[in-house]
Design a protein around this ligand. Structure first.
Ligand code: SF4
Ligand code: SF4
Length: 287
């Protein structure tokens, strides 16, 4: 009979073959009281802006098993999406094929590795209420930086995260030490002072205002947004750990977008096709 260690080895081999950068495993116990109360405070202070779904997701966020009661292990993978791009008005993650569509089939392929051993799985790539970045940090894929993102020594904050919850008990990895130290480059780089000791204030964050916010922006918010079209990478670009990031191993994440200085709605809609921008910009929306 195959041992849990051997199953994990198989999984890791399959993950690397699929061009994930790493695979690690953690438990699915509830997050600590401290984590839960800081999320509660963040929501109660209105820092989630109009993202009401974060409030609805609270229980599943702090308690992965309330989302999948049989879950004994969380298999966490990450995929670097760094590459150079001169187009700074669109966040880098949105300049290539939608990561949901790229990562999910690969997670399903990994999940299938577990089926012969009695595994029942649920996969998630930013597509469930799970607190994915905290699971990833618990598994030791990286740590949660002052940028509030999963941050890794090899590529800073430039990772997509995928999670597979399974009913199998697999050997666990340990969390890493937070390596931000005295650095505050991301906080200093934020033009709207959205980053601080209590996390990110989405009401001031250009990414939230240009991606998530539905309805109009106030004059002050328009000023914060400036020339940004979809997202903002200033805090990500400031991270010293991301400075020598290699180019993405997954070729789907190697493309970038180049728009003219004053792009028309049609130009943006054409560039947005099949990218994460498509839910906001489509020829229908710009007609
Ligand atoms: S994405 Fe931009 S606006 Fe938001 S926290 Fe980072 S630097 Fe600030
Ligand atoms: S910029 Fe500095 S403080 Fe911010 S996440 Fe990176 S290492 Fe941490």
């Amino acid at each position: 009979m195959i041992s849990p260690i051997e199953i994990k080895v198989k999984l890791k081999e399959a993950a690397l073959k699929l061009k994930f950068d790493d695979l690690r495993v953690c438990g699915t116990e509830d997050f600590s009281e401290a984590d839960a109360s800081s999320l509660r405070r963040w929501i109660d202070d209105g820092m989630n802006d109009r993202m009401a779904y974060l409030e609805r997701a609270f229980n599943a966020k702090v308690s992965p098993r309330s989302y999948f009661p049989e879950a004994k292990s969380a298999i966490c993978v990450c995929a670097n999406y760094w590459r150079e791009s001169a187009e700074r008005r669109i966040a880098l993650y949105a300049q290539s094929k939608d990561y949901h569509g790229v990562i999910k089939p690969k997670l399903l392929e990994l999940a299938a590795v577990l089926e012969p051993f009695g595994g029942k799985q649920r996969v998630s790539v930013d597509s469930s209420p799970l607190w994915e970045k905290l699971l990833a940090a618990r598994s030791g894929l990286g740590w949660i930086g002052k940028n509030t993102l999963l941050t890794r020594e090899s590529n800073g904050p430039w990772s997509f995260i995928g999670i597979i919850l399974t009913n199998l008990e697999l050997p666990r990895d340990s969390a890493l030490e937070n390596r931000c130290g005295k650095c505050s480059a991301c906080i200093d780089a934020c033009p709207s002072k959205a980053l601080g000791r209590s996390g990110i204030d989405a009401r001031k964050c250009v990414s939230n205002l240009t991606i998530e916010r539905r309805g109009g922006l106030s004059e002050g918010e328009k000023e914060l947004v400036g020339k940004s079209i979809f997202g903002c990478d200033l805090c990500l670009r400031a991270c010293p750990f991301g400075k020598n990031a290699p180019a993405a191993a997954m070729e789907e994440f190697r493309t970038s977008i180049v728009l003219s200085v004053r792009p028309t709605g049609e130009e943006v809609a054409a560039a947005a096709k099949e990218t994460p921008m498509s839910r906001k910009f489509s020829s229908k929306n710009t007609a």
